[in-house]
Design a protein around this ligand. Structure first.
Ligand SMILES: [Zn+2]
Length: 137
């Protein structure tokens, strides 16, 4: 049993899978933890601290360096997401909401299904973490 350490955590399986593929390209084996539990019980997300990406402790430094590079590459998209002000859910009034870019989600699924990502025009969607309601930005 390798000594596994958590190097990142995610709000969705797609993002975790993106990073896992990235590490694979560099020959690093990684493991996604808790994704089954979270898929079954979305509300456990916060309690579990998100979906975790784990690698063997020997690979941790290299893996984190690779993921940092990836993060810098997608800085533009990330900056936009982080600067988006809190949005109130039109369904339940909670402000525990997030924004996701559909093109990225779509690319993730095609990556999983076809083995390569299909790019799609970017379209943003809000999601309420409290009641799971989704609506267009
Ligand atoms: Zn809501």
């Amino acid at each position: 049993m390798p000594d596994l350490v958590t190097i990142a955590s995610y709000n969705d399986v797609i993002s975790a899978t993106f990073d896992q593929h990235k590490l694979e390209e560099h020959g690093i084996d990684s493991y996604i933890a808790d994704e089954v539990t979270i898929a079954m019980q979305w509300t456990l997300m916060n309690a579990l601290g998100g979906i975790k990406l784990r690698v063997s402790s020997a690979d941790a430094d290299e893996a984190m360096r690779i993921l940092r590079e990836r993060t810098e590459e997608s800085d533009v998209e990330k900056t936009i997401d982080e600067s988006t002000p809190a949005v109130t859910c039109p369904s339940c009034g909670s402000n525990n909401t997030g924004t996701e870019t559909l093109s990225r989600r779509f690319a993730g699924w095609t990556w999983l299904l076809l083995g390569f990502p299909l790019l799609w025009p970017s379209k943003k969607q809000h999601q309420c973490f409290y009641c799971s309601h989704r609506w267009k930005a």
